[in-house]
Design a protein around this ligand. Structure first.
Ligand SMILES: *Cc1c(COP(=O)(O)O)cnc(C)c1O
Length: 348
């Protein structure tokens, strides 16, 4: 589970404005409910579920939520609810087999040519459907060894051409820590690409500041930034600015979305999201069906329905705006595409 108290070094100096914003994030369900004029009856459940996995939402992201609307698609992603405490058959603590593909402390090597580095457990926002909500970040974060073990594992395997900084959210780390990592990484000549998996440009766009852009822009290898937005209303003028600056720093911008009941499980909502992403220079990459992590069953959309939505989307949008519908299968060689005939039929 994500550490409630940041580990040493995760949120070091609070000098930059993004670090202040991060520190000022809403973590008390009572405050969020008050701010949004929500029914106080939601508070008890929120407090109970926040004990297992704390609430965390930056104020600027909360400001995009509609007041007095408990069904707001942005709110649903972050508000702890009692349903999380219901154990559901088939929903487990490590649904994607992360720990089976561990190559070193904080390094997952699941797919050919790509190593995923768990840079930190910290995130700017706690998504309630997080598939790593039970991940042992305290012992499985690459930063714990000053990157040495992660770098050694990547150095030892010359088939790795792409390194993915993930987490948690790698942009929770200071620019200094990020640079420390890439300074070591750049000595490995078989690594041709750096990819970042981050929600910061969406939930805390001030993170995309001069320091970060200087670092990213200075890297002599290709850079890919994969964002995570689930709804068109997450994308506003500040997000647009962050995306434009990332692109100017030479990054290719992609987005991954999780299909979530009540948040984005309609073709119209998904089409709007694709359009909004493209308007800020981001291509839709993946549409993930939910990883069956304990505590997230209430977000599940049956696969047959997912396929139907995806087909409708493909009928409405240019091909480049249709994300690939995929499922994560523990032990599989890639994210698995979901096609009509394969979808599990809940009636079957
Ligand atoms: C999703 C994932 C990747 C990246 O997969 P792509 O299909 O290249 O986006 C790499 N490593 C791990 C462990 C992953 O879960």
């Amino acid at each position: 589970m994500i550490a409630a108290t940041p580990l040493p070094g995760q949120f070091e100096s609070r000098s930059s404005s993004w670090q202040q914003e991060l520190a000022a994030a809403i973590t008390d369900p009572r405050e969020l409910c008050e701010l949004l004029d929500l029914d106080p009856a939601l508070i008890d459940g929120a407090l109970a579920s926040a004990r297992d996995f704390p609430l965390r939402v930056p104020r600027n992201f909360a400001a995009k939520m509609r007041k007095a609307d408990p069904r707001d698609p942005l709110l649903l992603q972050v508000l702890p609810v009692l349903a999380e405490r219901v154990a559901t058959k088939g929903f487990t603590r490590d649904p994607v087999g992360d720990l089976e593909s561990r190559a070193a402390a904080g390094v997952l090597h699941k797919y050919e040519g790509r190593a995923l580095v768990i840079a930190t457990g910290a995130c700017a926002v706690h998504c309630r459907y997080c598939f790593r909500r039970h991940f042992p970040y305290a012992s499985e974060s690459a930063l714990q060894s000053g990157w040495a073990q992660a770098i050694a594992a990547i150095r030892a395997d010359t088939t790795i051409s792409e390194v993915i900084l993930s987490g948690g959210d790698p942009l929770s780390l200071s620019d200094r820590r990020l640079r420390q990592f890439t300074d070591q990484l750049l000595s490995l000549t078989h690594v041709r690409r750096l990819r970042l998996h981050t929600r910061y440009p969406i939930v805390l766009p001030s993170r995309i500041d001069h320091g970060l852009l200087n670092w990213l822009g200075s890297l002599p290898i290709q850079r890919v930034v994969v964002l995570h937005a689930n709804h068109a209303r997450e994308i506003d003028i500040d997000v647009a600015r962050a995306c434009r600056d990332l692109a100017e720093a030479g990054a290719t911008l992609l987005n991954q979305t999780v299909l979530l009941a009540g948040v984005n499980d309609s073709a119209a909502t998904l089409a709007e999201l694709s359009e909004a992403l493209f308007a800020v220079g981001v291509l839709p990459y993946y549409l993930h069906v939910l990883d069956k992590v304990q505590g997230a069953a209430h977000f599940d959309v049956p696969e047959a329905r997912a396929v139907e939505l995806h087909e409708t989307l493909a009928g409405r949008l240019p091909g480049y705006l249709v994300p690939r519908l995929v499922r994560e299968v523990a032990g599989a060689p890639a994210k698995m595409p979901i096609r009509a005939q394969e979808a599990t039929d809940p009636r079957g």
